[in-house]
Design a protein. Structure first.
Length: 387
């Protein structure tokens, strides 16, 4: 790491360790920030987007749209960790019980981690302990020698080009002892009351955790699984809507550069504008997706007029899990396979499902639902250029 790039910043300090390398230790939170009108506009835009999503998701009493958004978020989070997985691949793994890639397994682990946080918050507050529990779940089935699932790192990590070492790394996070102090400060700031708008506080917390990088791997995903609950904790969201990974998966390089600019130049305004406008963007994209799903749902319900109760239940199964097998549909509807199989065939004839043969047997794909989830958003948020 080139210490000369960091010495002019007041957002942290460079330390030289006994083992001979330099590392960056972020300053304690809260920072002093003189934000400008760009940040104010970003906060106003994002607050409106979050409010619109709150209203829309309140009407989703069945949770079907929420489940679809969560799986979409899981694939985005896996991509941010360098383990891409197609959304259909992840749904197929749920239906068949067979996971064929690390990316799909990581996405499924994210869903488990998210649900774990949801359940645990009934008995404990948001905390570093909870984040460690999420990390343990993220690593399930993906452990390898040298990793410590659910534990903060005991050795140094670094960021940079593939194959680089500590000497030529772009950023070396704080050494272990400094990391522990920084994490304690991060947790205290999470629960503190200060004058920052909630969206600005979220952006600061996100930045600081990423710079501390307390795990040897899966730092992004561990934070992303908890971030929707932080939004709720700070009063921004009525329920924890999982959408933030979209910011990382679509603009990962700029995301990393904006954080590095804070470390090296104290460029808080650039980071806050980028992040908060990014939050507005991903919430608008989620709104667009849910609205298109709602329109598709109405069309399919019209198509299903006069069909049997089991056919309607099977349609609901597809809305919760857009890739089905006879067995998974039977579990959802509670009907025997002998009745479920011809019902799925009926939905194939109507064009609601598409049957495909795979090594594990036949799967039924709700292609129209998948198409909406995979379609690029039709809405965008104006993102001001940095001057």
């Amino acid at each position: 790491m080139d210490r000369a790039l960091f010495v002019a910043s007041d957002t942290g300090r460079v330390v030289h360790t006994r083992t001979g390398y330099d590392a960056f230790v972020p300053a304690e939170l809260p920072p002093h920030i003189d934000w400008d009108n760009r940040v104010v506009r970003a906060v106003e835009t994002a607050a409106r987007a979050v409010g619109e999503m709150n209203a829309l998701m309140s009407s989703d009493t069945s949770g079907r749209f929420f489940d679809l958004l969560m799986f979409k978020e899981a694939t985005g989070a896996a991509f941010a960790e360098g383990q891409p997985a197609a959304l259909e691949e992840v749904f197929t793994a749920v239906a068949t019980g067979e996971c064929v890639s690390r990316g799909a397994q990581l996405a499924l682990n994210y869903v488990s981690g998210f649900r774990h946080v949801e359940a645990r918050l009934e008995e404990m507050p948001l905390s570093l302990r909870l984040i460690r529990e999420v990390h343990h779940l993220l690593s399930r089935g993906l452990e390898h020698s040298g990793s410590y699932p659910g534990e903060f790192r005991r050795s140094q990590n670094w960021l940079g080009l593939e194959g680089c070492g500590l000497a030529d790394a772009t950023l070396v996070p704080p050494p272990v002892e400094e990391m522990k102090a920084a994490l304690d400060n991060w947790e205290r700031h999470l629960h503190s009351t200060d004058s920052f708008p909630s969206l600005v506080k979220v952006a600061i917390l996100h930045y600081q955790f990423e710079i501390i990088r307390p795990f040897l791997e899966y730092n992004d995903m561990a934070l992303l699984a908890v971030m929707p609950f932080i939004l709720r904790e700070l009063g921004l969201a009525r329920q924890p809507v999982p959408v933030i990974a979209g910011l990382l998966s679509k603009r990962l390089r700029e995301y990393q550069q904006r954080m590095l600019d804070v470390c090296q130049r104290g460029a808080w305004n650039e980071w806050l504008t980028f992040y908060v406008f990014g939050v507005a963007g991903v919430f608008h994209e989620a709104l667009d997706t849910v609205e298109r799903l709602s329109a598709l749902r109405v069309q399919q319900l019209d198509l299903m007029q006069g069909r049997s109760e089991l056919a309607m239940q099977s349609l609901d199964a597809a809305w919760h899990q857009p890739v089905l097998t006879v067995a998974s549909a039977s579990r959802f509807t509670g009907s025997p396979a002998a009745r479920t199989a011809p019902t799925l065939g009926e939905l194939v004839d109507l064009g609601v499902l598409e049957m495909r043969e795979q090594s594990a047997g036949s799967v039924y794909v709700a292609r129209d639902i998948m198409a909406v989830l995979e379609q690029p958003p039709t809405l965008s948020v104006g993102y001001p250029p940095f001057l």
